[in-house]
Design a protein around this ligand. Sequence first.
Ligand code: GDP
Length: 695
Amino acid sequence: MARTIELSRVRNIGIMAHIDAGKTTVSERILFYSGKTHKVGEVHDGEAVMDYMDQEQERGITITSAATTLTWNEHRVSLIDTPGHVDFTAEVERSLRVLDGAVALFCAVGGVQPQTEQVWRQSEKYNVPKIAFINKMDRVGADFFGVVEEIKNILGGNAVPMVVPIGKEDKFDGVIDLVKMKAIYFSENDKGRTIIEKDIPADKTEKAKTWRAHLVEKSAEQEDALLEKFLETGDLSEDEILEIIRKATISRRVIPVYCGSAFKNKGIQQLLDGIVNFLPSPADLPPLINAGDDDSIIRKHSDTEPFAAMAFKIIADKHMGKLTLMRVYSGTIGAGTVVYNSTQKKNQRIGRLLRIHANRQESIEEARCGDIVGVVGLGETKTGDTLCCEENPILLQSIEFPSPVMSISIKPETRSDNDKMGQALRHLSDEDPTFLVSFDEETAETIISGMGELHLEVLVERMKREFHVVAQVGRPEVAYRETATVAVQGQYKHVKQSGGRGQYGHVYLRLEPLDAGQGFEFVNEIKGGHIPDTFIPSIEKGIVKAMLSGPYAGYPVVDMRVTVYDGSYHDVDSSDFAFVEAARVCFKTLFLQAKPELLEPVMSVEVVAPEEYMGPASGSVCQRRGRIESMGEQGAAKVINGMVPLSEMFGYSNAIRTMSQGRGSFTMHFEHYETVPFSIAEEIIKKRREANKIR
Ligand code: GDP
């Protein structure tokens, strides 16, 4: 089959926004104008097409990212939903990994919000080119140029207006297009579908000229020939301007800025033009480099290269079962073929291939370079896995997911809930790599862990709605970890002689602390067959077992390298079990000599309150073992940014409400793990010992 659309006409983009900036409404209008939906759905009447999960409609937060494909001006645009809530960092990370460009959405009144800042920083980490859309120009207090300044000053983006608004608040009528140098208005009777182009009103001509010159100067900064022409003749052609802005946007030197009112159906078509004109196609991207050992293996973004794709999202669908969303980076793949999962080193069969539209799925025969498609049938593939062809394998850089910081126990309410709960939890943890399920053998409780209270609350709620499982939740608990701070080495011999065949395993281990976030590394330095190769995996298994429930406080051990460097075995009595035991006990003993420490999740916290409550609010951060990092303003209110251990944040919403008479609020997200002060660690360990959690 031939390509239906040239690669240079493919756009894979996301919309990044603060909650309430209007992402749902903007996406809705984008789908409407591109002709896929014929009815304009409003968020408040619960018809929004993108928000297909019940709970999302109610909460008004876009929780789960989905992908939908639309056509604009002979381009195929895949819109990958990027959630704005920081409790869903994993969702943001994964969508940024597979999109090629983004629209940063701002409210014309609220401007740059702290949460936008975080998502913006993440997008910079992945080198994502952006254009901006300043929405809600019809609202009282709308300030287009004010927000442009904020993008420059707070986010450090070189924001360049592509349009200038005509009027504002309830007099916001349209925009001046600075490339065409025309005034653009939107008809009232067909939801703005018809665009009315007029000459620029006389009183706006000077302003338009000034901003057009600004636009050209900023974009042409590195285009000597064109800049010269501009300086000599005073202008450039429309095509020349489009070309330099495209280059400048893709190389992330400028952020073209549009504006409008999604709600009042104004300005969205210009934004769509901006998306196809300036954001990159896969053909503009550098080749992918193998993340495995051999970095000479590369893949160009082309249909003729060997197949390579990444699974970036899994959706548990009631009708279809497991649906995997995949971004194809190179080559082509047909429905019904077998692919190689190079992350897991196993073959997987692609069942059906689907192109996902906002309200339906279309079966397709094949997927090609640049496509974002749904796959049915990839049983064991997980989020972040690479799929490729077995003869020409490649491993793509996986998606980084933070480990959960909080857990709660859950109990099914009835016996029938009990049966369904396991399945529901499996589905949900398949979808979300930051959501883990475990079973505490001691208490016979199911424990779910995630990125925060809201995250877990949402998952429990989804269990109820989508899987009809009612569960009672316990008290939230902090996910502490333990690690060692000095290197130690030593040996342990596991010997038992009890009638018949005995047990013999003998290991010498070296424990070394690694930098935070490095996880676990196992090294085998056995020489001369002192321990046969067949027992090495058992040694690793014994260490992993000991690390799961650490010797210091019963929490998982992280950031350690463990080397087995010597040992001995017995021809008859040595067994896998004996080496598991030898390694487990050896690790346990050595770990306690390695000056262990307890680590706790520390949250970046932001408190917003009117000025008169700033005293008690900053006091409340300090009382909770927090550090204040900065103080600022947000509109009329004051903002405190700080770092506070998660364990101190329980019940904070009530505290803040009480101290500010309901006028203050806060948000927080996981930042990193830090050492728990010794006296507090001792307290925690004492309680754990009493509750029999340390074995
Ligand atoms: P999201 O949380 O970013 O997805 O934002 P929504 O699309 O749900 O919008 C939040 C609220 O702002 C809703 O009540 C919308 O109707 C409203 N809204 C969205 N766009 C505009 C706009 O252009 N002007 C005004 N006045 N309200 C808007």
